[in-house]
Design a protein around this ligand. Structure first.
Ligand code: GLU
Length: 424
C-alpha cells in the first residue's frame, strides 16, 4: 500500500518527515518492498476521548488521548507519554516510529510506542493531574502491560505521573505490577539513575565525538536549549566532565555567561523560581540568539522542530547532540551536515533514557535491583557501542550519522521481521 493517501490517518508534519526519512533510508539499503510497506504505518493506534473532573465544582473537561504501537515484532512496545496542548495522533505515531528505530539502534528488545493526552499540564493542580492520569490509564489499560506495552515519561509527564499510572494499573489487575511502567520513583521499583539517564547517556558520547573530530572536550563550550529532565541532567553531566555550559534556556527565558554556569546552583534556582530566568548576574539573551551562539556542543533538549531551514544557517555549533525528539527538520539536517556540523541524531543521542528504562523493566521483572554504578557503567557501554557502530556505518557508506543510525535500526528490525515471516 505504498499509496500515500493510505497513511493520511497519521498525517502531521512530523509523521511526514519521519516517513520520508524512513523511505529514503529504506531505498538506500534496498529494503525488501513488503517490509518497507509494513513499517510505514503503525501496527496499532488507539484514539480515546474521556472526561475528567476539574477542581472547579461541576466542571468536567473532555480531552483526547492516544497510544500508538508502531511495531510488535521485537518484544513488548516501549515509549513515553506526553501531556501537551498540541499532541495529536500524527505526532504520537511519528514518535512511536522513532522509538522503534531508537530501541533497535541500541539493541533493546522492544518495538516503538508513544502516547499522549492533549492537555496543558502547566494549568493543572496536582489533583487534576492525578485524575487525568488515572482516567487515561483506564482508557488504555487493555493495551498496556509488562509483556505488552510499557509507558514512560516524556514531555509534560514525570515520575509522579508514572506512579499514578502504576497504581491505577495495579489496582485493576489486583496486585502490584511495577513493570508496567518505567521512570517511576525508586520507592515503587523505579531504577536509580533513570531520571538522569537521557542527559547522562547523551553526554557519555562527548569524549567519543570529540576524539572522532580531533577536538578537546575539556573546556568546550556547551549550549543547552531546555532545562527539563533532559536538558538539566545533560548540562550537569557536561559540567562534570569538564565542559563549560555557557548558555541555557527554558520557557522563562535564555541566559548566557561565558565563564560557564554552576549547574547545581542553577537547578536550585530553577526549582525555586520556576525557571532559569533571573539567575545571578547572567546575561539575558533571546531564545533565538541562544541557538546561534558560537559553541562546540549545542544540545537542543526541548520540543521538536526548533532547528529548521529558517535558522539552520545561524547555527555556529561544531556538534549538535539531539536531546529532544525531532528537534531538527530534514531540510535543516541537510543544511547543517553540508555545512560541516556534526549532528548526533535523536534516535542515538537521547537513547539513554529508554536504555535505563529497559534496565528498570528488567530489574522489576527479576525483583533484583542494581547499583547506580552498575547502571551508569552499562549505560555508557551501550551508548558508546551504538555510537561506534553508527559511526562505522557513516564512514564506510559516506552517509550522515542520522542516515547511518537509521540504517542500523531498520536493518535490525528487517532481519527480525524476515525471520518471523508472515502469519498465517
Ligand atoms: N520518552 C523517552 C524517549 O522518547 C523515554 C521512553 C522510555 O523510556 O520508554 O525516548
Amino acid at each position: 500500500m505504498a499509496d500515500d493517501t493510505m497513511s493520511m490517518e497519521w498525517d502531521s508534519p512530523l509523521y511526514r518527515e519521519s516517513l520520508a526519512q524512513f523511505e529514503q533510508v529504506a531505498d538506500l539499503i534496498s529494503l525488501d518492498a513488503n517490509i518497507k510497506d509494513r513499517l510505514r504505518t503503525p501496527q496499532r493506534s488507539l484514539v480515546v476521548t474521556f472526561p475528567f473532573r476539574r477542581d472547579e465544582y461541576g466542571r468536567v473537561d473532555t480531552v483526547f488521548g492516544y497510544r500508538v504501537q508502531h511495531l510488535l515484532t521485537m518484544g513488548p512496545t516501549k515509549g513515553g507519554i506526553r501531556y501537551a496542548p498540541d499532541v495529536n495522533l500524527g505526532e504520537v505515531a511519528a514518535l512511536a516510529m522513532l522509538m522503534t528505530w531508537k530501541c533497535a539502534i541500541v539493541g533493546l528488545p522492544f518495538g516503538g510506542a508513544k502516547g499522549g493526552v492533549r492537555v496543558d499540564p502547566t494549568a493543572f493542580s496536582r489533583a487534576e493531574a492525578q485524575r487525568v492520569t488515572r482516567r487515561y490509564t483506564m482508557e488504555i489499560i487493555n493495551f498496556i502491560g509488562p509483556d505488552q506495552d510499557i509507558p514512560a515519561p516524556d514531555l509534560g509527564t514525570n515520575e509522579q505521573v508514572m506512579a499514578w499510572l502504576m497504581d491505577t494499573y495495579s489496582t485493576h489487575v489486583g496486585h502490584s505490577e511495577p513493570a508496567v511502567v518505567t521512570g517511576k520513583p525508586p520507592s515503587l521499583g523505579g531504577s536509580v539513575a533513570r531520571r538522569e539517564a537521557t542527559g547522562r547517556g547523551l553526554v557519555s558520547l562527548v569524549p567519543a565525538v570529540a576524539s572522532h573530530l580531533g577536538m578537546a572536550y575539556e573546556g568546550a563550550r556547551v549550549v543547552v536549549q531546555g532545562f527539563g529532565n533532559v536538558g538539566r541532567y545533560a548540562a550537569l553531566a557536561a559540567a562534570e566532565i569538564g565542559c563549560k555550559v555557557v548558555a541555557v534556556s527554558d520557557i522563562t527565558g535564555a541566559i548566557h555567561d561565558d565563564r560557564g554556569f554552576d549547574i547545581s546552583a542553577l537547578m536550585r534556582h530553577a526549582d525555586a523560581e520556576g525557571g532559569v530566568k533571573g539567575y545571578r548576574d547572567a546575561d539575558e539573551i533571546t531564545p533565538e540568539a541562544l541557538l546561534g551562539l558560537e559553541c562546540e556542543f549545542l544540545i537542543p533538549a526541548a520540543v521538536g522542530g526548533v532547528i529548521s531551514a529558517e535558522n539552520a544557517a545561524d547555527i555556529r555549533a561544531r556538534v549538535i547532540l539531539e536531546g529532544a525528539n525531532g528537534p531538527t527538520t530534514t531540510e535543516a539536517d541537510t543544511l547543517l551536515t553540508d555545512g560541516g556540523v556534526f549532528v548526533v541524531p535523536d534516535v542515538l543521542a537521547n537513547a539513554g533514557g529508554v536504555t535505563v528504562s529497559y534496565f528498570e523493566w528488567v530489574q522489576d521483572l527479576q525483583n533484583y535491583f542494581w547499583s547506580e554504578s552498575e547502571i551508569v557503567g552499562r549505560l555508557r557501554e551501550i551508548m558508546n557501542r551504538a555510537f561506534s557502530d553508527v559511526l562505522q556505518i557513516a564512514t564506510s557508506r559516506g552517509v550522515s550519522m542520522r542516515t547511518a543510525a537509521l540504517i542500523k535500526g531498520i536493518e535490525r528490525v528487517a532481519s527480525a521481521k524476515l525471520a518471523r515471516g508472515v502469519y498465517p
